[in-house]
Design a protein around this ligand. Structure first.
Ligand code: ADE
Ligand code: ZN
Length: 327
């Protein structure tokens, strides 16, 4: 579908085209051939194996220049799908090993690629700094310091990714408090691998305004009503959930029901090449599965932009691009 799109949930390394990662591995003579299938795509068996493959792929990204190239490659795909504004998760764990001065260099390279892509491809990029949950709360504190020191026009948010079954959101409260005090807006992966209580925990203990995934709220209709009443935004990634086996198919995905019940749902790809998806494909499959027309998708794009963590001037510049009369 060619409608203008806003994407709020995209892991930068997870969006790396496999050919790009393979090329870098060859240049650097790093053997990660085991993470690819015969057809060249990423190969993994389940979510936990996916996390390992993800980290192996990331191991070839060893310099700011690599991240500059990666960012351009990722945004090229976004632009092809009609994305005009995108927020991406950035992990100092992978970009310089949580060292602040290295992180500044990686961030500078990513931001510069974003500026270039805005000029040449018409897609605006902002960053959400994200510790990895299974690396533990102590490492997350170092990540939070990196985030707080670089908060501003480009780094607009703070999140939490990784294995949802390790620890509790509350273990990361110190980091989220630091990020909030630095003016960052907050989101957290929850309700993907664990049920409704994981969403309640993230909302209560981290005071986040968006939830990454959050789809398993559907198992508790009182929570669904609460999300709708409080305007909590879900960063829903249906293709990811289906590829990872959380739901058996598009028609069985709860996004339709969550939307019908008034929850603010948005649509993203998570780690698109891993899940053989793109933003255009997500829209096409959703249109087929739920009979959603152009009006629904335009409403979702507006909801997404309203929930974006960018400054008001950036939002005001993007808003007209989402409207039908835009040239
Ligand atoms: N990191 C990359 N993709 C993720 C996902 N879907 N959930 C948690 N952590 C991730
Ligand atoms: Zn994610």
């Amino acid at each position: 579908m060619t409608l203008p799109k806003v994407e709020l949930h995209l892991h930068l390394e997870g969006a790396a085209p496999p050919a790009f990662i393979r090329g870098l591995a060859q240049e650097k003579r790093i053997d990660i051939s085991g993470i690819f299938a015969a057809d060249g795509s990423y190969a993994y068996t389940d979510f936990w194996h996916f996390l390992k493959v993800y980290e192996a792929a990331t191991s070839v990204l060893t310099s700011p220049e690599d991240y500059h190239r990666l960012t351009l490659a990722v945004l090229e795909e976004s632009a092809k799908s009609g994305v005009v504004y995108c927020e991406t998760f950035l992990s100092p764990d992978f970009c310089g090993g949580r060292d602040l001065s290295a992180w500044r260099e990686y961030l500078h390279a990513i931001e510069e690629a974003g500026t270039q892509a805005e000029r040449t491809m018409g897609v605006t990029l902002r960053g959400i700094v994200t510790p990895i949950r299974h690396f533990g709360p102590e490492k997350a504190k170092q990540v939070a310091l990196c985030a707080a020191e670089t908060a501003g026009r480009f780094v607009v948010g703070f999140g939490l990714a990784g294995d949802e079954k390790v620890g509790k959101p509350g273990d990361f409260a110190w980091s989220f408090d630091m990020a909030r005090e630095a003016g960052l807006r907050l989101t957290c992966h929850a309700g993907e691998w664990l049920g409704p209580d994981s969403i309640r925990d993230a909302l209560r203990d981290l005071r986040v305004e968006r939830i990454g995934h959050g789809v398993r709220a559907i198992e508790d209709l009182a929570l669904v009503d609460e999300l709708a009443e409080n305007g909590v935004v879900l960063e829903v990634c249906p293709g990811s959930n289906i590829a990872l086996g959380i739901y058996p198919g598009w028609r069985k995905h709860p996004i339709g029901e969550l939307h019908r019940r008034g929850v603010k749902v948005t649509v993203s790809t998570d780690d698109p090449p891993f899940f053989h998806t793109t933003m255009a494909r997500e829209y096409d499959r959703l249109a087929e599965a739920f009979d959603w027309d152009e009006g629904v998708f335009r409403e979702i794009a507006r909801t997404s932009l309203d929930a974006a963590f960018c400054d008001p001037d950036t939002r005001a510049r993007i808003a007209p691009l989402l409207e039908p009369d835009h040239a």
